[in-house]
Design a protein around this ligand. Structure first.
Ligand SMILES: NC(=O)c1ccc[n+]([C@@H]2O[C@H](COP(=O)([O-])OP(=O)(O)OC[C@H]3O[C@@H](n4cnc5c(N)ncnc54)[C@H](OP(=O)(O)O)[C@@H]3O)[C@@H](O)[C@H]2O)c1
Length: 279
């Protein structure tokens, strides 16, 4: 069996590692997440210019390196580094910063000027060496996914693209029109970034009312709504331990049909192709 995400909710780390003043809180948040049962962390060489990865390394040291075996870590190569050699060296830098031996999944953060074939050659070499366990893409709309998969065939990859990490939240449902059907058909996981609308949904008045009526929080409704999709993973970011728990608890929630219908009225599904949301 190929690579699978072992859990459906992970911790995002964008905007961590950007200030020395918040470092202690961020390390504690990552360590608390691991201790409370998070099994997936999303990061990127871009976040805090590598500093978010360094904080993950410090959190891993704190909770004990053996926890690494139970954790899946996803990182991303910047498009400007995504030549064959650049992809390999960027991945090695990320791993060094985290004090790890491997990444579970390595993504091309978005499309740049290097050919997909060049990037794929780097990813394939990394996977052959066991430095990564799988690879994927991020911010790829449907036509780009098809081009990427054509490149994967061109280079004769023995592996498969396991996920596409894209914006998906109640306030950004455009990908339901064509991208979600495509990636499901291709057996890829949907990794939903900014699942809380980058925080904006937390203050949405109608969502707050619906959540309260259901005895849930807006974050839990927003996350459980994403996880209704088969093969979807959500990666909310928070630095607050009580929110980490609140978000993780959404993994086991199933929203009833009345609530889903009410959400559809407030946040309608797309009826035509929309540009991919990117933040
Ligand atoms: N591939 C890409 O191009 C891309 C782009 C964007 C994001 N991402 C990934 O996706 C992750 C998540 O996206 P995101 O950080 O943009 O947005 P998000 O997870 O949708 O929202 C994060 C915001 O919501 C707040 N929050 C989290 N849980 C909450 C809760 N239970 N109640 C109230 N507020 C809560 C956080 O504040 P506090 O921290 O103060 O709690 C933060 O301000 C990123 O960290 C990153 O790993 C990837």
């Amino acid at each position: 069996m190929g690579f699978q995400f072992q859990c459906r909710l992970g911790l995002g780390t964008w905007q961590m590692g950007e200030s020395a003043r918040s470092e202690a809180q961020e390390i504690t948040a990552i360590a608390s997440a691991i201790e409370m049962g998070y099994q997936l962390i999303d990061t990127a060489e871009m976040y805090g210019s590598g500093q978010a990865e360094t904080l993950i390394g410090k959190a891993l040291q704190r909770v004990g390196k053996s926890t690494r075996d139970h954790l899946q870590i996803v990182s991303k190569v910047l498009p400007s580094n995504a030549s064959t050699k650049g992809t390999i060296t960027a991945c090695e830098r990320s791993i060094r910063r985290m004090g790890c031996d491997y990444l579970d999944c390595y993504l091309l953060h978005w499309q740049g000027s290097y050919s997909y074939e060049a990037t794929l050659e780097g990813l394939i070499k990394l996977q052959e060496r066991g430095v990564i366990r799988s690879y994927g893409i991020s911010n790829f709309d449907a036509p780009d996914v098809n081009d990427w998969l054509a490149a994967e065939r061109n280079v004769g990859s023995p592996y498969q693209t396991v996920c596409n990490q894209v914006y998906y939240a109640l306030n950004g449902r455009g990908i339901e029109y064509d991208l979600i059907p495509l990636i499901q058909e291709r057996g890829m996981a949907l990794m939903a970034y900014s699942p809380l609308g980058a925080g904006a949904l937390m203050h949405h008045p109608q969502l707050s009312v619906l959540a309260k009526e259901a005895g849930l929080t807006p974050a839990q409704v927003a996350l459980a709504w994403i996880l209704r999709q088969p093969n979807a993973v959500a990666i909310p970011k928070t630095v607050h331990p009580e929110r980490l728990k609140e978000n993780l608890d959404s993994t086991n929630l199933v929203l009833d049909s009345d609530l889903l219908e009410a959400l559809n009225r407030i946040f309608p599904a797309p009826t035509q192709k929309k540009p991919l949301m990117v933040i």
